[in-house]
Design a protein around this ligand. Structure first.
Ligand code: SF4
Length: 305
């Protein structure tokens, strides 16, 4: 779920602010107390500018934004617990009216700040403004190295705009990743190789590959994807839900915590089961509930509550 933290020295294009934020993040991540996740994902809104064919949220009933006060409260508790990173997630978080303000608040709390976006509205000016406000990193969704295939999944012109967003984030000096849903990781791994090649050639600092899972039942894809990455990407440019040398996926290890726009807390944005409703259920209480044994092939995103 989390890409490997890039080595700062490799990235001359990072702004001084992003370099500093990354250095602080690395220290805070290494020193975080046991049982504290590396990232708090905030599902700022269920609204989206796209309706991708594979999206879990596609066609969901009603649209909601996470109230700003709740988002701020969650960031404060996360910082106090020692969580080192806040990820602004959606829907499409660029549609959240107070995104820049929230990024500044998170930065002031000492959190590394990351935006997980489809990139359609991330112009050069918007990327620079968000960087000035306190954003340190951007993940741009790009689901195929083929423009035609990406546009088939996400809509006409979306590949071109996502590629523009990657360039905008890099030019704004932000830590920049490609984020892709992977649908198959068979022995040929052609699509995976293509995605890796595209992400590297785009100048991105890394990639995150999410195994696309059915809504119920077990899937071997998370394990197959992790195995394919060990083969195709021994240097660890890309990360996925199952980390090298660790058991269970990021959600099973309680390495992430997700707060959705309706206040529901989950072990992962894609987990089926709710851990409680914030703020009645605090982040600390949700973490106590999410610490499950990391065994078995059925991941939290594959099992109905
Ligand atoms: S629950 Fe699913 S999407 Fe979330 S970290 Fe685990 S395998 Fe990945």
């Amino acid at each position: 779920m989390t890409p490997r933290t890039p080595v700062i020295e490799q990235f001359s294009r990072l702004s001084p602010a992003s370099r500093l934020a990354l250095a602080v993040f690395r220290v805070r991540a290494a020193e975080r107390p046991a049982g504290i996740p590396g990232s708090l994902f905030l599902g700022l809104t269920s609204r989206c500018s796209l309706a991708c064919l594979h999206c879990k949220y596609r066609g969901g009933a009603g649209a909601s934004d996470l109230p700003y006060g709740l988002a701020l409260g969650a960031l404060r508790e996360a910082a106090a617990l020692g969580v080192p990173k806040a990820v602004f997630f959606g829907g499409e978080p660029l549609l959240y009216p107070r995104l820049a303000e929230l990024a500044g608040a998170a930065r002031d709390l000492g959190l590394f700040t990351e935006l997980d976006t489809n990139g359609q509205e991330l112009t050069a000016g918007r990327a620079r403004a968000l960087a000035r406000a306190g954003l340190s990193s951007v993940m741009v969704s790009l689901h195929s190295p083929s423009p035609a295939e990406h546009d088939r999944l996400c809509g006409r012109g979306t590949f071109r705009r996502a590629a523009r967003a990657l360039a905008a984030a890099l030019n704004a000096g932000l830590v920049t990743y490609v984020s892709s849903c992977v649908f198959a990781a068979g022995p040929g791994a052609r699509e995976l190789r293509g995605l890796l090649a595209f992400a590297r050639s785009s100048g991105a600092h890394g990639a995150r590959f999410l195994p696309y899972s059915p809504r119920a039942g077990a899937s071997r894809l998370p394990a197959a994807l992790a195995a394919a990455l060990r083969r195709e990407d021994p240097a660890g440019f890309a990360g996925t839900c199952l980390a090298r040398g660790r058991s269970g996926c990021a959600a099973q290890r309680a390495d992430i915590l997700y707060l959705g726009s309706s206040g529901d807390l989950r072990a992962c944005p894609y987990a089926m089961a709710s851990l409680g409703s914030f703020p009645r259920c605090t982040l600390a209480a949700a973490l106590r509930r999410s610490g499950r044994p990391a065994r078995g092939p059925v991941r939290p995103c594959q099992k109905r509550a």
